[in-house]
Design a binder for this molecule. Sequence first.
Ligand code: ZN
Length: 439
Amino acid sequence: MSSSRDQPGLLRLSAHPNNYEWGKVGSDSLAAKVAPAAEGSGFELDEQKPYAELWMGTHPNNPSHLYGKEILLSDYLRGRPKLLGDAVKFPARYPGSGPKENADGHVPFLFKILTCKQALPLQIHPDVELAKKLHSDDPDKFPDTNHKPEIAVCLSDSFYGFAHFRPLKEIQGLIDTVPELDDLSESVKKSLSTLKDGHGSSNSAIKDAWQAILNLFGQDKYSKVVNGFTKRVKSEGPSAFKDAVSSNGAEDLAHACKILDEYNHGDVSIFATLLFMNLVKLKKGEGIYVGADGPHAWLQGEIVELMAASDNVLNVGFTPEQDNVQTVIRAITGKSFSVSDISLNSTTFSKSSKGNTRVYSVPFEEFSIMHITGPDTLEALSGPGIAIALKATRLQGEGVPMGSVWFVPAGTELSIEGDGEVWMAFYDSKSDQKEVGKN
Ligand SMILES: [Zn+2]
């Protein structure tokens, strides 16, 4: 797309969906709906296949290309650092990024459209220090040494996901509603009773009990205990959780339990999530964040997801292969959060001339996100943006289709006409910190 003034023009990108098992299937998936324009003519819909995530960015595990060309966005940017502006200060920390020429040319964030019908693996993302240690111990298994703080903003009518540990009182209350826990191992029972006593550090009590449960992963006799619990919840409904949580909370728990039982039958992680972690229900436009020490497992719905440029993950549940629980435990603090602690605030963006753009305040350095829902002109940013049109619109005076993906170079003023809808991930060191969060 040509530039209107003395500024670089937008670059259309070709971004690719992946087919992880947990994604929504066929044209039911938003990742599949956007794919014909996002990927281009090479995309062929298979109604039997899950489409989990569309990746937009330069991460080598699923990198974006220039639209209609065999050129990687990272290769194109490598010789044109001006297009990244001051985001060049973030080094790439993944395979092939050793020599200087490979570390350059990277967008500091990875932007996704994510859709799920069932739980993603229960996971955590190590911080930079632990990631480096894991990499030096086992470079093949842990090639990626970046941290991966992330955010999710809901695109569907509702989205369910587990994020961070609940407040201790809620965990204690929920444990009391589950007599089946008495049939778990001695070590689980011991750690649960310490947790209920409330003596000592609640962080370590939560961690110990969570770890003891996850250690039972894959053992038949404990799967039977889980199945007894899910069967009971399915027959009792929300009242299974009695007075432990609000009535909305109990309804959400019963709903989540049903999905987990359907797709992750007998998995002990059902206890580790439902009883220990916040079950967050987002409405359209609402967002949450997950920091370095936050376990999470998205459950059902559609989101834009945005994270540091990383694919660095440890999986402990809802997965065919569990990573070492001991390692996972090293990565978490056991700290509790309430849902409002991890919710994202949004405000009208002060760089918007017509006020049709909201920006989310994100507590991480490498990225923020904006949502454009009408005609607007946005002041240039100091770093790059990657935008996806979720409704057809006009960018820089030209019509763009629903699903098309665009690289917005640093220093480019952006004009949007019409009633389209655009989500844009970006880095801008010059934005007001109150609006975008940390920078
Ligand atoms: Zn994650």
